[in-house]
Design a protein around this ligand. Structure first.
Ligand code: COA
Length: 430
Protein backbone atom coordinates (compact mmCIF):
# COMPACT_ATOMS: atom_id res chain seq x y z
CA UNK A 1 0.00 0.00 0.00
CA UNK A 2 1.40 3.40 -0.84
CA UNK A 3 1.66 5.88 2.01
CA UNK A 4 0.61 9.54 1.76
CA UNK A 5 4.13 11.00 2.01
CA UNK A 6 5.83 8.36 -0.13
CA UNK A 7 8.51 9.97 -2.31
CA UNK A 8 9.02 12.91 0.08
CA UNK A 9 12.64 13.10 1.21
CA UNK A 10 13.41 14.57 4.62
CA UNK A 11 16.84 15.55 5.95
CA UNK A 12 16.46 15.14 9.68
CA UNK A 13 18.98 17.25 11.61
CA UNK A 14 17.04 17.00 14.85
CA UNK A 15 17.94 15.85 18.32
CA UNK A 16 16.46 15.09 21.73
CA UNK A 17 12.65 15.23 21.51
CA UNK A 18 10.97 18.23 19.87
CA UNK A 19 12.47 17.82 16.40
CA UNK A 20 12.63 14.01 16.36
CA UNK A 21 8.92 13.79 17.28
CA UNK A 22 8.10 15.84 14.16
CA UNK A 23 10.27 13.91 11.70
CA UNK A 24 9.14 10.59 13.19
CA UNK A 25 5.56 11.45 12.35
CA UNK A 26 6.55 12.37 8.79
CA UNK A 27 8.28 8.98 8.56
CA UNK A 28 5.15 7.20 9.80
CA UNK A 29 3.23 8.90 7.02
CA UNK A 30 5.65 7.48 4.47
CA UNK A 31 8.41 10.11 4.04
CA UNK A 32 11.99 8.88 3.63
CA UNK A 33 13.58 10.44 6.71
CA UNK A 34 17.38 10.42 6.82
CA UNK A 35 18.67 11.35 10.26
CA UNK A 36 22.02 13.16 10.11
CA UNK A 37 24.03 12.47 13.25
CA UNK A 38 27.38 13.49 14.68
CA UNK A 39 30.10 11.01 13.72
CA UNK A 40 30.74 8.49 16.48
CA UNK A 41 28.22 10.14 18.82
CA UNK A 42 24.82 10.45 17.24
CA UNK A 43 21.78 11.94 18.89
CA UNK A 44 22.56 12.42 22.57
CA UNK A 45 19.43 10.48 23.53
CA UNK A 46 20.98 7.27 22.20
CA UNK A 47 22.99 7.24 25.41
CA UNK A 48 20.68 9.06 27.83
CA UNK A 49 18.80 7.14 30.56
CA UNK A 50 19.85 3.78 29.22
CA UNK A 51 18.05 0.72 30.58
CA UNK A 52 20.40 -1.73 28.86
CA UNK A 53 24.17 -1.40 28.43
CA UNK A 54 25.47 -0.45 24.98
CA UNK A 55 22.05 -0.41 23.38
CA UNK A 56 20.22 2.66 22.12
CA UNK A 57 18.15 4.08 24.96
CA UNK A 58 14.36 4.02 24.80
CA UNK A 59 14.53 7.80 24.71
CA UNK A 60 16.03 7.43 21.24
CA UNK A 61 14.14 4.39 19.97
CA UNK A 62 10.74 5.86 20.86
CA UNK A 63 11.37 9.09 18.95
CA UNK A 64 13.23 7.89 15.88
CA UNK A 65 11.32 4.94 14.52
CA UNK A 66 10.95 4.42 10.76
CA UNK A 67 14.00 6.64 10.02
CA UNK A 68 17.40 5.95 8.46
CA UNK A 69 20.63 7.11 10.09
CA UNK A 70 23.70 8.68 8.53
CA UNK A 71 26.74 9.86 10.47
CA UNK A 72 28.07 13.00 8.83
CA UNK A 73 30.37 15.74 10.05
CA UNK A 74 28.71 18.76 8.53
CA UNK A 75 31.51 21.02 9.72
CA UNK A 76 34.10 19.64 7.30
CA UNK A 77 34.29 20.80 3.65
CA UNK A 78 33.56 17.28 2.39
CA UNK A 79 30.70 16.90 4.88
CA UNK A 80 29.24 20.20 3.77
CA UNK A 81 29.38 19.02 0.17
CA UNK A 82 27.40 15.91 1.13
CA UNK A 83 24.78 18.03 2.91
CA UNK A 84 24.58 20.37 -0.10
CA UNK A 85 23.88 17.40 -2.36
CA UNK A 86 21.23 16.15 0.05
CA UNK A 87 19.55 19.56 0.14
CA UNK A 88 19.47 19.70 -3.66
CA UNK A 89 17.68 16.34 -3.76
CA UNK A 90 15.35 16.63 -0.79
CA UNK A 91 11.98 18.16 -0.07
CA UNK A 92 12.30 19.03 3.59
CA UNK A 93 15.07 19.79 6.08
CA UNK A 94 14.20 19.87 9.77
CA UNK A 95 16.46 21.03 12.61
CA UNK A 96 16.21 21.96 16.26
CA UNK A 97 19.78 22.91 17.14
CA UNK A 98 20.61 25.66 19.56
CA UNK A 99 20.13 29.20 18.20
CA UNK A 100 22.42 30.08 15.27
CA UNK A 101 23.92 26.60 14.83
CA UNK A 102 22.70 26.17 11.24
CA UNK A 103 24.13 29.56 10.27
CA UNK A 104 27.44 28.75 11.96
CA UNK A 105 27.50 25.51 9.98
CA UNK A 106 27.17 27.63 6.82
CA UNK A 107 23.61 26.66 6.03
CA UNK A 108 21.59 29.84 6.29
CA UNK A 109 18.03 29.82 5.00
CA UNK A 110 19.16 32.02 2.11
CA UNK A 111 21.84 29.51 1.15
CA UNK A 112 19.43 26.59 1.37
CA UNK A 113 17.08 28.39 -1.02
CA UNK A 114 19.98 28.94 -3.43
CA UNK A 115 20.70 25.23 -3.36
CA UNK A 116 17.05 24.25 -3.77
CA UNK A 117 14.24 26.80 -4.07
CA UNK A 118 11.70 24.03 -3.44
CA UNK A 119 13.15 23.04 -0.07
CA UNK A 120 10.93 23.38 2.99
CA UNK A 121 12.97 24.26 6.06
CA UNK A 122 11.39 23.34 9.39
CA UNK A 123 13.03 24.89 12.41
CA UNK A 124 12.34 24.64 16.15
CA UNK A 125 13.79 27.00 18.71
CA UNK A 126 12.94 27.75 22.31
CA UNK A 127 11.77 31.28 21.55
CA UNK A 128 10.67 33.18 18.46
CA UNK A 129 13.22 35.03 16.33
CA UNK A 130 12.12 38.45 17.59
CA UNK A 131 12.03 37.40 21.24
CA UNK A 132 14.42 38.95 23.72
CA UNK A 133 15.12 35.37 24.80
CA UNK A 134 15.88 34.11 21.28
CA UNK A 135 19.51 33.33 22.17
CA UNK A 136 18.56 30.79 24.87
CA UNK A 137 18.91 27.06 24.56
CA UNK A 138 15.72 25.52 25.80
CA UNK A 139 14.49 22.20 27.13
CA UNK A 140 10.94 21.07 27.85
CA UNK A 141 10.35 22.63 31.22
CA UNK A 142 11.61 26.07 30.22
CA UNK A 143 9.00 26.04 27.46
CA UNK A 144 6.30 25.20 29.99
CA UNK A 145 7.59 27.96 32.25
CA UNK A 146 7.81 30.59 29.51
CA UNK A 147 4.63 29.47 27.76
CA UNK A 148 2.43 30.07 30.79
CA UNK A 149 1.72 26.43 31.64
CA UNK A 150 3.75 26.34 34.85
CA UNK A 151 2.03 29.42 36.26
CA UNK A 152 -1.41 27.84 35.94
CA UNK A 153 -0.46 24.30 36.97
CA UNK A 154 -0.38 22.99 40.51
CA UNK A 155 -2.18 24.12 43.63
CA UNK A 156 -2.71 27.68 44.80
CA UNK A 157 -0.53 27.20 47.87
CA UNK A 158 2.36 25.64 45.94
CA UNK A 159 4.96 26.88 43.44
CA UNK A 160 4.54 26.98 39.65
CA UNK A 161 4.56 23.36 38.49
CA UNK A 162 5.36 21.70 35.20
CA UNK A 163 3.29 18.89 33.75
CA UNK A 164 4.94 15.52 33.27
CA UNK A 165 3.72 15.45 29.68
CA UNK A 166 5.83 16.97 26.91
CA UNK A 167 3.84 20.18 26.45
CA UNK A 168 7.05 21.87 25.29
CA UNK A 169 8.86 19.19 23.30
CA UNK A 170 6.56 16.76 21.50
CA UNK A 171 3.84 19.38 21.36
CA UNK A 172 6.14 21.73 19.45
CA UNK A 173 7.07 18.89 17.11
CA UNK A 174 3.40 18.29 16.34
CA UNK A 175 2.93 21.98 15.56
CA UNK A 176 5.88 21.78 13.20
CA UNK A 177 4.34 18.81 11.39
CA UNK A 178 1.20 20.86 10.77
CA UNK A 179 3.36 23.70 9.43
CA UNK A 180 5.43 21.43 7.20
CA UNK A 181 2.40 19.71 5.70
CA UNK A 182 0.84 23.11 5.06
CA UNK A 183 4.05 24.28 3.35
CA UNK A 184 4.07 21.13 1.22
CA UNK A 185 0.52 21.85 0.09
CA UNK A 186 1.51 25.45 -0.66
CA UNK A 187 4.49 24.23 -2.65
CA UNK A 188 2.07 22.24 -4.81
CA UNK A 189 0.40 25.55 -5.61
CA UNK A 190 3.42 27.86 -5.96
CA UNK A 191 6.33 25.55 -6.75
CA UNK A 192 8.32 27.18 -3.97
CA UNK A 193 9.52 26.07 -0.57
CA UNK A 194 9.52 28.18 2.57
CA UNK A 195 10.86 28.29 6.10
CA UNK A 196 8.50 27.07 8.79
CA UNK A 197 9.47 28.10 12.31
CA UNK A 198 7.85 27.06 15.57
CA UNK A 199 9.06 28.21 18.94
CA UNK A 200 8.47 26.06 21.98
CA UNK A 201 7.12 29.06 23.84
CA UNK A 202 4.54 29.72 21.10
CA UNK A 203 3.51 26.07 20.80
CA UNK A 204 3.00 25.95 24.55
CA UNK A 205 1.02 29.20 24.54
CA UNK A 206 -1.21 27.68 21.88
CA UNK A 207 -2.28 25.15 24.51
CA UNK A 208 -3.10 27.94 26.94
CA UNK A 209 -5.87 29.59 24.95
CA UNK A 210 -8.46 29.06 27.69
CA UNK A 211 -6.08 30.48 30.26
CA UNK A 212 -5.76 33.68 28.22
CA UNK A 213 -9.55 33.68 28.10
CA UNK A 214 -9.50 33.57 31.90
CA UNK A 215 -6.92 36.37 32.07
CA UNK A 216 -9.21 38.60 29.99
CA UNK A 217 -12.20 37.69 32.16
CA UNK A 218 -10.22 38.33 35.32
CA UNK A 219 -9.17 41.77 34.12
CA UNK A 220 -12.75 42.63 33.28
CA UNK A 221 -14.52 41.21 36.35
CA UNK A 222 -11.85 40.59 38.99
CA UNK A 223 -13.34 37.15 39.50
CA UNK A 224 -13.30 33.64 38.04
CA UNK A 225 -16.35 31.91 39.42
CA UNK A 226 -15.37 28.38 38.36
CA UNK A 227 -11.94 28.43 40.04
CA UNK A 228 -11.63 26.81 43.51
CA UNK A 229 -10.39 30.17 44.85
CA UNK A 230 -13.93 31.49 44.46
CA UNK A 231 -15.51 28.72 46.52
CA UNK A 232 -12.76 28.83 49.13
CA UNK A 233 -13.03 32.61 49.46
CA UNK A 234 -9.35 33.09 48.67
CA UNK A 235 -9.86 35.96 46.27
CA UNK A 236 -7.92 36.67 43.08
CA UNK A 237 -4.73 38.51 42.23
CA UNK A 238 -3.84 40.07 38.89
CA UNK A 239 -3.02 36.91 36.96
CA UNK A 240 -4.83 33.63 36.36
CA UNK A 241 -4.05 31.48 39.40
CA UNK A 242 -3.20 27.81 39.71
CA UNK A 243 -6.49 25.94 39.83
CA UNK A 244 -5.42 22.57 41.22
CA UNK A 245 -7.54 19.94 39.52
CA UNK A 246 -10.40 22.22 38.55
CA UNK A 247 -11.85 21.88 35.07
CA UNK A 248 -10.77 24.36 32.42
CA UNK A 249 -14.29 25.00 31.17
CA UNK A 250 -17.53 26.21 32.66
CA UNK A 251 -18.26 22.90 34.36
CA UNK A 252 -16.62 22.19 37.71
CA UNK A 253 -14.71 18.95 38.02
CA UNK A 254 -12.20 17.36 40.36
CA UNK A 255 -10.07 14.29 40.92
CA UNK A 256 -11.96 12.09 43.36
CA UNK A 257 -10.74 9.25 45.58
CA UNK A 258 -12.04 5.76 44.95
CA UNK A 259 -11.70 2.48 46.85
CA UNK A 260 -8.07 1.67 47.55
CA UNK A 261 -6.67 5.19 47.23
CA UNK A 262 -4.73 4.73 50.49
CA UNK A 263 -2.45 2.15 48.81
CA UNK A 264 -2.80 2.90 45.12
CA UNK A 265 -1.67 6.41 44.14
CA UNK A 266 -3.88 6.27 41.05
CA UNK A 267 -7.13 4.97 42.54
CA UNK A 268 -8.99 8.08 41.45
CA UNK A 269 -11.44 9.20 38.84
CA UNK A 270 -11.96 12.60 37.31
CA UNK A 271 -15.60 13.63 37.49
CA UNK A 272 -17.35 16.68 36.11
CA UNK A 273 -20.57 18.11 37.46
CA UNK A 274 -22.27 19.07 34.26
CA UNK A 275 -24.88 21.81 34.67
CA UNK A 276 -27.25 20.39 32.10
CA UNK A 277 -27.04 16.96 33.73
CA UNK A 278 -27.51 18.06 37.33
CA UNK A 279 -30.83 16.25 37.81
CA UNK A 280 -29.30 12.88 36.90
CA UNK A 281 -26.12 13.67 38.83
CA UNK A 282 -28.18 14.36 41.94
CA UNK A 283 -29.93 11.04 41.38
CA UNK A 284 -26.60 9.23 40.89
CA UNK A 285 -25.15 10.54 44.12
CA UNK A 286 -28.24 9.59 46.10
CA UNK A 287 -29.49 13.14 46.60
CA UNK A 288 -32.40 13.44 44.14
CA UNK A 289 -33.91 16.19 46.28
CA UNK A 290 -30.92 18.44 45.46
CA UNK A 291 -32.14 18.63 41.83
CA UNK A 292 -34.80 21.18 42.74
CA UNK A 293 -33.40 22.52 46.02
CA UNK A 294 -32.45 26.21 45.44
CA UNK A 295 -29.39 25.60 47.62
CA UNK A 296 -28.09 23.17 44.97
CA UNK A 297 -30.15 23.56 41.82
CA UNK A 298 -27.91 26.07 40.01
CA UNK A 299 -24.20 26.10 39.26
CA UNK A 300 -23.89 29.41 41.15
CA UNK A 301 -25.55 27.91 44.24
CA UNK A 302 -23.31 24.82 44.10
CA UNK A 303 -20.00 26.59 43.57
CA UNK A 304 -19.43 27.82 47.15
CA UNK A 305 -19.96 24.27 48.41
CA UNK A 306 -18.41 22.42 45.51
CA UNK A 307 -15.71 20.83 47.68
CA UNK A 308 -18.35 19.66 50.17
CA UNK A 309 -20.26 18.10 47.28
CA UNK A 310 -17.14 16.35 45.98
CA UNK A 311 -16.34 15.14 49.50
CA UNK A 312 -19.88 13.84 49.87
CA UNK A 313 -19.50 11.93 46.58
CA UNK A 314 -16.16 10.45 47.66
CA UNK A 315 -17.52 9.29 51.01
CA UNK A 316 -20.96 8.14 49.96
CA UNK A 317 -20.69 7.04 46.35
CA UNK A 318 -17.09 6.17 45.55
CA UNK A 319 -15.65 4.79 48.80
CA UNK A 320 -16.86 1.24 48.07
CA UNK A 321 -16.07 1.32 44.34
CA UNK A 322 -12.81 0.85 42.49
CA UNK A 323 -12.18 3.50 39.85
CA UNK A 324 -13.50 1.19 37.13
CA UNK A 325 -16.60 0.35 39.16
CA UNK A 326 -17.10 4.05 39.82
CA UNK A 327 -16.97 4.85 36.11
CA UNK A 328 -19.32 1.94 35.36
CA UNK A 329 -21.77 3.34 37.86
CA UNK A 330 -21.57 7.00 36.83
CA UNK A 331 -21.74 6.29 33.09
CA UNK A 332 -25.31 5.01 33.64
CA UNK A 333 -26.25 8.58 34.54
CA UNK A 334 -24.41 10.15 31.61
CA UNK A 335 -21.95 11.82 33.96
CA UNK A 336 -18.72 12.95 32.28
CA UNK A 337 -15.99 11.00 34.05
CA UNK A 338 -13.01 8.73 33.53
CA UNK A 339 -10.40 6.79 35.48
CA UNK A 340 -6.97 8.22 36.35
CA UNK A 341 -4.74 5.83 34.39
CA UNK A 342 -1.23 5.03 35.50
CA UNK A 343 1.47 4.64 32.86
CA UNK A 344 1.53 0.95 33.76
CA UNK A 345 -2.16 0.62 32.94
CA UNK A 346 -1.63 2.50 29.69
CA UNK A 347 1.28 0.27 28.71
CA UNK A 348 -0.82 -2.88 29.04
CA UNK A 349 -4.26 -1.59 28.03
CA UNK A 350 -5.76 -4.00 25.46
CA UNK A 351 -7.84 -1.30 23.74
CA UNK A 352 -4.78 0.92 23.23
CA UNK A 353 -2.84 -2.05 21.89
CA UNK A 354 -5.63 -2.90 19.47
CA UNK A 355 -5.93 0.67 18.22
CA UNK A 356 -2.17 0.98 17.71
CA UNK A 357 -1.77 3.83 20.17
CA UNK A 358 0.60 1.63 22.17
CA UNK A 359 2.70 -0.68 20.01
CA UNK A 360 5.37 -3.29 20.49
CA UNK A 361 8.34 -2.93 18.17
CA UNK A 362 11.10 -5.42 17.49
CA UNK A 363 14.56 -3.82 17.57
CA UNK A 364 17.60 -5.68 16.28
CA UNK A 365 19.77 -4.78 19.27
CA UNK A 366 17.37 -4.44 22.20
CA UNK A 367 14.64 -6.91 21.26
CA UNK A 368 11.02 -5.93 21.86
CA UNK A 369 10.08 -2.57 23.30
CA UNK A 370 6.91 -0.58 23.75
CA UNK A 371 6.32 2.81 22.23
CA UNK A 372 3.51 5.23 21.59
CA UNK A 373 2.19 4.67 18.10
CA UNK A 374 0.32 7.08 15.87
CA UNK A 375 -2.45 8.84 17.80
CA UNK A 376 -4.17 9.90 14.59
CA UNK A 377 -6.41 7.27 13.04
CA UNK A 378 -7.10 7.22 9.31
CA UNK A 379 -9.62 5.14 7.39
CA UNK A 380 -7.37 4.74 4.33
CA UNK A 381 -4.12 3.69 5.99
CA UNK A 382 -2.58 2.68 9.29
CA UNK A 383 0.98 3.85 9.99
CA UNK A 384 3.23 0.90 10.72
CA UNK A 385 5.72 1.64 13.50
CA UNK A 386 9.13 0.15 12.72
CA UNK A 387 12.40 0.09 14.65
CA UNK A 388 14.72 3.08 14.96
CA UNK A 389 18.01 2.93 13.03
CA UNK A 390 21.33 2.08 14.63
CA UNK A 391 23.98 4.81 14.46
CA UNK A 392 25.22 5.20 10.91
CA UNK A 393 23.25 2.18 9.73
CA UNK A 394 22.41 3.82 6.42
CA UNK A 395 25.47 6.02 5.85
CA UNK A 396 26.86 4.01 2.94
CA UNK A 397 23.46 3.39 1.37
CA UNK A 398 22.63 7.13 1.50
CA UNK A 399 26.00 8.08 -0.05
CA UNK A 400 25.50 5.52 -2.81
CA UNK A 401 22.08 7.01 -3.52
CA UNK A 402 23.76 10.41 -3.83
CA UNK A 403 26.08 8.97 -6.48
CA UNK A 404 29.29 8.57 -4.46
CA UNK A 405 31.59 5.81 -5.73
CA UNK A 406 32.95 3.06 -3.53
CA UNK A 407 36.39 4.71 -3.48
CA UNK A 408 34.91 8.09 -2.53
CA UNK A 409 32.88 6.52 0.24
CA UNK A 410 35.96 4.75 1.58
CA UNK A 411 37.83 8.02 1.63
CA UNK A 412 35.03 9.79 3.48
CA UNK A 413 34.94 6.94 6.00
CA UNK A 414 38.72 6.96 6.43
CA UNK A 415 38.73 10.71 7.02
CA UNK A 416 35.85 10.33 9.51
CA UNK A 417 33.75 12.79 7.54
CA UNK A 418 31.12 10.07 7.68
CA UNK A 419 30.81 7.07 9.95
CA UNK A 420 29.11 3.74 10.26
CA UNK A 421 29.51 3.10 13.97
CA UNK A 422 26.86 0.42 13.96
CA UNK A 423 28.82 -1.91 11.76
CA UNK A 424 31.86 -1.66 13.98
CA UNK A 425 29.62 -2.19 17.01
CA UNK A 426 27.68 -5.06 15.50
CA UNK A 427 30.95 -6.90 14.97
CA UNK A 428 32.12 -6.37 18.53
CA UNK A 429 29.49 -5.53 21.11
CA UNK A 430 25.94 -6.18 19.99
N1 COA B 1 28.23 17.57 12.43
C1 COA B 1 28.93 18.54 13.01
N2 COA B 1 28.44 19.33 13.99
C2 COA B 1 27.17 19.08 14.38
C3 COA B 1 26.38 18.09 13.81
C4 COA B 1 26.95 17.30 12.79
N3 COA B 1 26.27 16.32 12.20
N4 COA B 1 25.17 18.10 14.41
C5 COA B 1 25.21 19.08 15.32
N5 COA B 1 26.41 19.68 15.32
C6 COA B 1 26.85 20.80 16.15
C7 COA B 1 25.96 21.99 15.99
O1 COA B 1 26.24 22.65 14.81
C8 COA B 1 26.34 22.81 17.23
O2 COA B 1 27.50 23.51 16.97
P1 COA B 1 27.85 24.98 17.52
O3 COA B 1 26.78 25.37 18.48
O4 COA B 1 29.17 24.77 18.18
O5 COA B 1 27.92 25.86 16.33
C9 COA B 1 26.67 21.72 18.26
O6 COA B 1 26.74 20.49 17.52
C10 COA B 1 25.70 21.61 19.40
O7 COA B 1 24.36 21.54 18.93
P2 COA B 1 23.12 21.93 19.86
O8 COA B 1 21.85 21.51 19.21
O9 COA B 1 23.13 23.36 20.19
O10 COA B 1 23.34 20.98 21.11
P3 COA B 1 23.29 21.20 22.68
O11 COA B 1 23.35 19.81 23.22
O12 COA B 1 24.29 22.15 23.16
O13 COA B 1 21.84 21.82 22.97
C11 COA B 1 19.42 21.93 23.00
C12 COA B 1 20.66 21.04 22.97
C13 COA B 1 18.21 21.04 22.83
C14 COA B 1 19.35 22.66 24.34
C15 COA B 1 19.52 22.94 21.83
O14 COA B 1 19.72 22.23 20.65
C16 COA B 1 18.29 23.84 21.67
O15 COA B 1 18.07 24.78 22.43
N6 COA B 1 17.49 23.54 20.63
C17 COA B 1 16.37 24.36 20.27
C18 COA B 1 15.20 24.11 21.16
C19 COA B 1 14.82 22.66 21.23
O16 COA B 1 14.48 22.03 20.26
N7 COA B 1 14.82 22.15 22.45
C20 COA B 1 14.13 20.92 22.74
C21 COA B 1 14.93 19.77 22.75
S1 COA B 1 13.87 18.44 23.10
Amino acid sequence: MSLPLEGIKVIDMTGVQAGPAATQMLAWFGADVLKIERVGEGDITRRQLRDMPDVDALYFTQLNSNKRSMELNTKTPEGKAVLEKLIRESDILVENFGPGAMDRMGFTWEYMQELNPKIIFGSIKGFGENSRYSDLKVYENVAQAAGGSASVTGFWDGPPTVAGSALGDSNTGMHLVIGILTALRMRDQTGKGQKVSVSMQDANINLNRVKLRDQMRLEKTGHLQEYPQAGLGLGFGEAVPRGGNAGGGGQPGWVLKCKGWEEDPNAYIYMTIQGQNWKRTAEAIGKPEWAEDPEYATAEARMPKIFDIFKYIEENVLADKTKDEAVDYLRKFDIPCGPVKSMKEIAYDPDLRESGTIVEVEHKARGKYLTVGCPIKFTAFKPEIKESPLLGEHTVEALQQLGYSEAEIKELLDKKVVGETVHLKLATEI
